[in-house]
Design a protein around this ligand. Structure first.
Ligand code: PLP
Length: 339
């Protein structure tokens, strides 16, 4: 194998040795299958191709300081996938099966797990698709669950830094009672135009307001939002955002640090009052927000004048990363060690 330049990997697809699959047929999940093919052969009338019966997850495995491999919040990802399945009428994959498949894919691709200290990790991408043929709009009767692994580089190549975001008023990602809380492909298709326009204008990502009133903060790109003020961690309560597992973890850590935690609607004007703000998700843990522009409203909310992350963002980021890399004790049982 060609030497991999771990520290310079991007967030892109690199082929690995194996993926793990499981089919759902006749009302039951089958045996696990290990495959070295990167392709899926399926019926052209499969429901995932026409009616968006597609769910996915994203989680990471890390090589720790002690050489052990840790997967972060495996059970939470299994639970979120089950919630997505209920949302778009797909059979739920039991947590044990999910876990077994994640452990298997990591072990089979062990040579692709980046070494400790590179900041890189092994990204796991589980996906569940409706494969049964259907022409009418109905759930499929057959499904395929696949998980593949691919090494990804550190999010912050030049060090932990703050980035600009832009509010999009032209596009919505999800409707208030739509599929925003589920991790389905359609939500990402709906975000592509806004995301592309934000990048072209020099922003890190687009920032969504609630679709109904365009008044409250929803999400930023593929990440949850949080603001910090008066020793309080504040994050939106909304029926159209994905429940981020990173956000859930950060709320717990903030509490441990003696901060108050609030989950409630955040009106756009409140942005003015935050001392710090961040976008959080598996990809970056925290991407500190330098400023949020609202060009259509002629406004700009600045959180970092010098482009440096604030002290609370930095502390939370370091703490969560330390748990992922086994540098600090895993008090809450968030990591699964791959033996
Ligand atoms: C729309 C959206 N919001 C938030 C997140 C963050 O979720 P998590 O912390 O579970 O990665 C993601 C995925 O990473 C996402 O796609």
């Amino acid at each position: 194998m060609k030497e991999i330049d771990w520290s310079n990997l991007s967030f892109g697809y690199m082929p690995t040795d194996y993926n793990v699959r499981c089919n759902y047929r006749d009302g039951a999940w089958g045996e696990l299958e290990v495959s070295s093919s990167e392709y899926i052969n399926m019926h052209m009338a499969a429901t995932c191709l026409h009616y968006g019966q597609e769910a996915f997850e994203g989680l990471k495995a890390f090589r720790g300081k002690d050489g052990k491999i840790r997967i972060f919040r495996l059970e939470e990802n299994a639970a979120r996938l089950q919630s997505t399945c209920r949302g778009i009428m797909m059979p739920e994959l039991p947590t044990d099966k999910f876990k077994e498949m994640m452990l298997k894919v990591v072990k089979l691709n062990e040579r692709f797990i980046p070494p400790y200290g590179t900041g890189a990790s092994l990204y796991l991408r589980p996906l569940l698709i409706g494969t049964g043929a259907q022409v009418g709009v109905r759930p499929a009767n057959e499904y395929l669950f696949v998980v593949f692994a691919t090494p990804v580089g550190p999010y912050f190549k030049g060090g932990f830094a703050a980035n600009p975001y832009v509010i999009t008023r032209k596009y919505d990602r999800a409707a208030p009672l739509g599929t925003g809380t589920f991790k389905v492909g359609g939500n990402y298709a709906a975000s592509l135009r806004a995301s592309m326009e934000a990048h072209e204008a020099g922003y890190s990502a687009e920032f969504y307001l609630d679709a109904k009133e365009k008044k409250y903060i929803d999400e930023c790109g593929a990440a949850n939002f949080f603001g910090i003020k008066n020793n309080t961690y504040i994050t939106p309560l909304s029926t159209s955002i994905l429940p981020s597992i990173t956000n859930k973890s950060l709320m717990k850590l903030a509490e441990d640090m003696g901060m108050k935690v609030e989950r409630r609607p955040i009106a756009e004007e409140e942005l003015e009052t935050f001392e710090e703000a961040g976008a959080c998700g598996t990809a970056a843990v925290i991407s500190p927000i330098q400023r949020i522009d609202d060009p259509e409203n002629n406004k700009s909310y600045v959180f970092s004048k010098d482009g440096k992350p604030g002290p609370v963002c930095e502390k939370l980021y370091n703490k969560l990363r330390a748990i992922q890399y086994g540098e600090e004790p895993d008090t809450y049982g968030w990591v699964t060690i791959v033996e």
